[in-house]
Design a protein around this ligand. Structure first.
Ligand code: GTP
Ligand code: SPV
Ligand code: MN
Length: 601
């Protein structure tokens, strides 16, 4: 367990990369005075530093050695069993007024919250090492790129941040010496890893994040959900760009024509898989390439949306990942990867439910206990994850470091819905598309603590990640649309619709290429579609289903709209909008009315 890890003392030349910027030095001084660490380790992200931290982590059981022949330079981390996912109930947006945080966020008053957190942080790093991580989000030469500093007392955080961000020298250079430049302050301390003292607090006005009491994923890798989405979405609105929970992929036709699409699916709803899709054999010559698998930052240029991936690595879901479902992910995580809460086989390999091949006869489960196929518990935690550099991805798009970003032809929303929502449909226009995003719903997953499988509204897949008032966020989307002369087309997909026997109706994964192809056809104005009450729907022959072993009835079912189900859906969206109160823009209420009219309601 990470919480009692004592201080580490590096040899000279490691851990001494003090930045020159006085504002950073003053801030670190303040936090060090408060937390009273044994020593301060200034990270520079070098290989030598990383090797040292891995060696120390192995000594202190923060990392567990794996069979280096099977998974070279890869390690396992077991988190505290009480700390295995994001904790939405402990996540706060601390704006001066409750209204600024809006109806979907937990709010707490900034002054009181600072005081409470400073109380918790007082002396919290006694006997430990305080690490200072300089990092950069976005490509080196992008105007969107942001600098952040994370202070942490967790080596696991340092090791992960080195994979997930552009860390070290490059960030210090980008920041420069101006004490007034914009940068994010992030403070993280494990404290005693107790759910009672677990708070993830955002102060958008101060560009500040304080996270205590957790050692896991999105709670502590402050670059990711906290900066790139919650603080990012706040900055994006004030600065006129967009920070979204989207993968970004490039798709190239055999003739060499290329489109980029951004897809916003909620947590554990298929972004990483879609971003790394390998087209089925029938789509000879088609290529899908990854820009990003989780977060997209988008800005307007020449009336178009351009996207960059602010991240440098993937923090992806392990269960269900296999050579059959996602070969590019499997190749990416075959080396130089940190595994969190996976199982270990007797020969020191990692294992999780859904990996290729037979289940091991015996393993050590994610908690460190003996496991056999007869065990009732899962061997790997359902939210077990890999952290791997994006450079490991064989399908990495060559434009991934391009500062100006890639032009977005389509935005795709999609949730996990067993019923109601068809495989794919297209919005009539931008504002209708914003309505689709604003009203999307999804069954909850293991990515956050709490019930799994419960349908909830998750606007734009940003419910847990929008750092300000959701009504203003909807308005921001509408406003962006007004500035676009060549807007992306907007679609909605659902890979997860189920039949009466509870089976998935659609094979998913690589076969999603068939849906992507229709989307591209629509972008090129060549694809056919039928006008339906909910939007443009493909008829079965508009989708290329050649060489797909699927029942015709199944196709009709998955493309169908059931009027009774949609009547229920309309009621649910009304309830949802009502629950948000007066903040919902008039335009979206109007969209809802028009939808009801199209259903003759
Ligand atoms: P986060 O990292 O939490 O944001 O998740 P994500 O959106 O990147 O989801 P990911 O691609 O990791 O997939 C989550 C789970 O859904 C995995 O168990 C996948 O195997 C499964 N999954 C992904 N795509 C499909 C699909 O097309 N069909 C089905 N049935 N399952 C899928
Ligand atoms: C998500 O939950 O959307 C994730 C995983 O991408 S975490 O980084 O833990 O938030
Ligand atoms: Mn995510």
């Amino acid at each position: 367990m990470t919480n009692s890890a004592p201080a580490i003392f590096p040899p000279s030349g490691i851990g001494d990369a003090r930045p020159a910027n006085q504002a950073v030095l003053d801030w670190v001084d303040d936090i060090a005075t408060l937390t009273e660490p044994e020593n301060i380790f200034w990270c520079n992200g070098s290989d030598q530093e990383n090797d040292f931290l891995i060696a120390e982590s192995l000594k202190q059981n923060v990392l567990i050695k794996l069979n280096q022949k099977k998974v070279p330079r890869s390690y396992l981390h077991r988190s505290n069993p009480n700390d295995v996912a994001r904790v939405e109930q402990c996540t706060f947006v601390c704006t001066p007024t409750k209204e600024e945080a809006g109806p979907t966020n937990n709010w707490s008053e900034p002054g009181e919250t600072y005081a409470k957190l400073r109380g918790l942080l007082k002396g919290a790093m006694r006997g430990r090492t305080l690490f200072v991580i300089p990092y950069m989000m976005g490509p080196l030469d992008s105007t969107l790129t942001k600098v952040g500093f994370e202070i942490t007392d967790s080596k696991y955080v340092v090791l992960n941040m080195r994979i997930m961000t552009r860390m070290g020298e490059v960030a210090l250079k980008r920041l420069g010496n101006d004490p007034n430049s914009e940068w994010n302050r992030g403070v993280h301390s494990l404290l005693d890893v107790s759910p009672e003292r677990r708070f993830i607090c955002h102060f958008p006005q101060d560009n500040m994040i304080i996270s205590v009491g957790s050692g896991y994923g999105g709670n502590v890798l402050l670059s990711k959900k906290c900066l790139a989405l919650r603080i990012g979405s706040y900055l994006a609105r004030t600065q006129g760009w967009m920070a979204e929970h989207t993968l970004i992929l490039g798709v190239e036709s055999p003739e060499g024509r290329k489109h980029y699409v951004a897809a916003a699916f909620p947590s554990a709803c298929g972004k990483t898989n879609f971003a790394m899709l390998i087209p089925p054999a029938h789509f000879k010559g088609w290529k899908v390439m990854t820009i990003g698998d989780d977060i997209g930052w988008m800005q307007i240029r020449d009336g178009r949306l351009y996207a960059v991936n602010p991240e440098n690595g993937y923090f992806g879901v392990l269960p269900g990942t296999s050579y059959q479902s996602n070969p590019n992910a499997m190749k990416s995580i075959a080396h130089d990867t940190i595994y969190t809460n996976a199982a270990v086989t007797d020969d020191g390999d990692v294992w999780w439910e859904g990996k290729d091949g037979p289940r091991p006869a015996h393993a050590i489960d994610w908690r460190g206990n003996d496991w056999t196929p007869q065990s009732k518990e899962k061997a790997a935690h359902p939210n077990s994850r890999f952290t791997t550099p994006m450079r490991n991805n064989p399908a990495l798009d060559p434009e991934v470091d391009k500062g100006e970003g890639v032009p977005i032809s389509a935005i795709i929303f999609g949730g996990r819905r067993s019923d109601t929502v068809p495989l794919v449909y297209q919005a009539f226009d931008w504002n209708h598309g914003v309505y689709l995003g604003a009203t999307m719903a999804s069954e909850t997953t293991a990515a956050a603590t709490g019930a799994v499988g419960k349908v909830r509204r998750d606007p734009m897949a940003m419910l847990p990640f929008c750092g300000y008032n959701i009504g203003q966020y909807f308005q921001h989307w509408l406003d962006i649309g007004k500035r676009l002369t060549n807007p992306p087309l907007i679609f909605n997909v659902n890979w997860f619709r189920k039949g009466v026997k509870g089976q998935f109706l659609w094979p998913g994964f690589g076969e999603n290429m068939r849906v992507l192809k229709w989307i591209i056809d629509r972008c090129e104005r060549t694809g056919g579609a039928l006008k339906s009450p909910i939007g443009w729907l493909p008829s079965p022959h508009d989708l290329d289903l050649a060489e797909l072993d699927i029942d015709h009835k199944c196709v009709a079912e998955i493309l169908g709209i059931d009027h009774e189900e949609w009547q229920k859906e309309l009621l649910e969206t009304e309830k949802f909008f009502d629950s948000l109160g007066v903040v919902v823009p008039e335009e979206l209420l109007e969209q809802r009315k028009q939808l009801a009219v199209r259903f003759n309601l």
